[in-house]
Design a protein around this ligand. Structure first.
Ligand code: AMP
Length: 281
């Protein structure tokens, strides 16, 4: 496995694959890798000849009071894990390598679906994601790109971006990897105190209860209220608990498949999760 820290180095490393028309699979990450990230790499390994993983903590997708400075950076450990799951190239550029010294004057904004859920709580976040993913796509020029359903709204934004701008990339969504107690794996789980880590699985439990209650015929508004009550009782501070269609449209009843979304703070740590609930007509 190679590690490249410059765009030039990465381009040189990918050149033989490109000239022999090998398929390139790409997984953008911010590092501090766990089984959720590694599942994306495993999927890419199954489908693609060459697998590239980027590790880049992207400053422009963090708000002024968010955790950019403290975000866990564990490159050596990440490299070992990636080698074990068959990654071919790690791209770990510096901020300067990605953004250069000149000011950036171009922005990329996906409208509508970003004015909701995490977009309301984190203004500018999805613009920052759209810019860095577009830059990484242009640098890596992959055939396939893999994103986790954990960040469901992000996945929808990237799919929209790729469609709207005719990027020749197939975007593949990969299911959420969870700990045994149901907590969705996240690099931010490491911020949780031992006690908060014991509490955190209430998010997934309340989503699973909601799924059961919806499928048993309970009204959507009541089910959402129950999730909110369970989270608040457990000591979480809710950002949002919402239901949307799979395409992120507002829904007021359970008459089609829905996705239940939670964002909540436990101590200082913001956790997100979601669950797709089937409506079997
Ligand atoms: P991040 O490093 O948090 O930017 O995540 C990089 C990629 O890994 C994104 O596509 C995430 O959606 C995905 N990812 C993170 N956690 C999980 C998880 N628990 N299950 C599946 N995918 C995940």
């Amino acid at each position: 496995m190679k590690t490249e820290t410059t765009i030039q180095g990465l381009t040189a490393s990918l050149s033989p694959a490109r000239s022999s028309r090998k398929s390139i699979g790409f997984i953008p990450t911010m590092g501090n890798l766990h089984q959720g990230h590694l599942n994306l790499v495993r999927e890419a390994r199954k489908l693609c000849d060459v697998v590239v993983v980027s590790i880049f903590v992207n400053p422009i997708q963090f708000g002024p009071n968010e955790d950019f400075d403290n975000y866990p950076r564990t490159l050596e450990q990440d490299r070992h894990l990636l080698a074990e799951v068959g990654c071919d190239i790690v791209f770990a550029p510096s901020v300067e390598q990605m953004y250069g010294k000149q000011p950036r004057l171009t922005n990329i904004s996906v409208s509508d679906i970003t004015n909701d859920l995490c977009g309301l709580q984190r203004p500018g976040h999805f613009d920052g994601v759209a810019v860095v993913v577009t830059k990484l796509f242009n640098i890596v020029q992959p055939n396939f790109a893999f994103f986790g359903q954990k960040d469901y709204q992000q996945l929808a934004v990237i799919k929209q971006l790729v469609r709207d701008l005719n990027m020749a990339i197939e975007v593949i969504g990969v299911p959420i990897a969870r700990a045994e107690d149901g907590l969705a794996l996240s690099s931010r789980n490491g911020y949780l105190s031992e006690q908060d880590r014991q509490t955190a699985p209430v998010i997934y439990k309340s989503l699973k209860t909601a799924e059961h209650d919806l499928q048993a015929g309970q009204a959507l508004s009541e089910v959402l209220a129950q999730i909110r009550a369970s989270l608040t009782d457990a000591g979480l501070v809710i950002d949002y608990v919402e239901a949307r269609s799979p395409m992120l449209q507002k829904v007021d009843q359970f008459d089609q498949d829905v996705v239940l979304f939670v964002a909540a703070k436990l101590g200082k740590t913001r956790l997100i999760d979601n669950l797709q609930v089937k409506h079997s007509a």
